[in-house]
Design a protein around this ligand. Structure first.
Ligand SMILES: Nc1ncnc2c1ncn2[C@@H]1O[C@H](COP(=O)(O)OP(=O)(O)OP(=O)(O)O)[C@@H](O)[C@H]1O
Length: 280
């Protein structure tokens, strides 16, 4: 018995030390479906009885209340690895943002599973900063939300402000964020997120509103984050931003994964698809 155990032990050790695939997975999506339910227009909308029915008889109530279902992500599977920058492309409403929210754990998965190693951080154009607070307060708020301590934020504060370039044209950091242009807002959001190395960083269109100089700076910072062995996902309609940032691309169309491969290959097919669409 003991001998057998030893033999299998050695076999396991050999198997474990063989360099099968040295890449370390950080996000695994296994046949993921994500569905939105929009409580609808049917009879009794908003009444207490309708609400009670939704709890007690969800199936029938769903029909009666006219609940609409939007199947935003359909059977999507992929594995992303440490050090990868993965672009997510697809026409409007194809499910890119929804998939990012699913990976971040902000949108429940209907079927299938998403496994992540470490804490994913979603950086979106609507990241939870407060418009009525100054840029400075928001740097602290965002930093705390990412799990940094007050001291760590204080140490990196100037770096964050400088990276964002918010103060290049005057003292804007002491003004409420609602007074910023959309480009300024997204620059500050990205700068806050970039102050920390993330295991998995999910970026939703945040770079597209920045100017060319800021986009180049962000691309450089994303490169650094990858070198620190994180995984970056970038949703963008800018094929140029995808080309400079990502070496792999997932193309979603109508919620389905149409293609997963090297950036140039996927973008070529996508560009053909979109130009074909434009001609129709
Ligand atoms: N909160 C929501 N409630 C209901 N349906 C939603 C919601 N958010 C998105 N959807 C629907 O899910 C589908 C996918 O939307 P999603 O925002 O993920 O697409 P996208 O690829 O990011 O689009 P875009 O490129 O326009 O930003 C769309 O049909 C959209 O109408």
């Amino acid at each position: 018995m003991a001998d057998n155990a030893n033999t299998s032990d050695t076999a396991t050790r050999t198997a474990l030390t063989e360099p099968v695939d040295e890449r370390i997975p950080t996000v695994i999506a296994d046949s993921v479906d994500i569905v939105y339910r929009i409580n609808g227009t049917g009879a009794g909308r908003g009444s207490a009885t309708a609400a009670l029915n939704r709890i007690l008889r969800p199936k029938q109530a769903e029909k009666a209340s006219g609940t609409r279902i939007v199947h935003a992500v359909k059977k999507v599977s992929f594995v992303a690895y440490k050090g990868e920058a993965v672009g997510l492309i697809g026409t409007n409403g194809s499910g890119k943002s929804t998939l990012l929210k699913g990976i971040a754990g902000l949108q429940p998965v209907e079927n299938g599973k998403i496994y992540t190693d470490g804490q994913p951080s979603l950086l979106g154009v609507n990241a939870a900063l407060m418009g009525d607070l100054t840029g400075e307060r928001n740097v602290y708020l965002g930093g705390l939300a990412m799990g940094m301590t007050r001291e760590q934020i204080k140490e990196r504060y100037q770096e964050i402000v400088d990276f964002s370039g918010i103060n290049e044209k005057g003292d804007f950091i002491s003004l409420p964020m609602r007074t910023y242009s959309s480009g300024m807002g997204s620059r500050l959001r990205f700068s806050i997120a970039a102050a920390k190395d993330h295991d998995v960083l999910l970026i939703d269109e945040a770079l597209s509103t920045g100017d060319a100089r800021f986009q180049a700076r962000s691309a450089e910072r994303i490169q650094e984050m990858r070198e620190h062995a994180g995984t970056v996902f970038l949703v963008s309609h800018s094929n140029a931003a995808i080309r400079t940032t990502c070496e792999r691309v997932l193309w979603l169309e109508r919620g389905e994964l149409r293609m997963d491969g090297p950036t140039e290959e996927v973008l070529e097919a996508y560009e053909e698809f979109t130009s074909g669409k434009a001609k129709k």
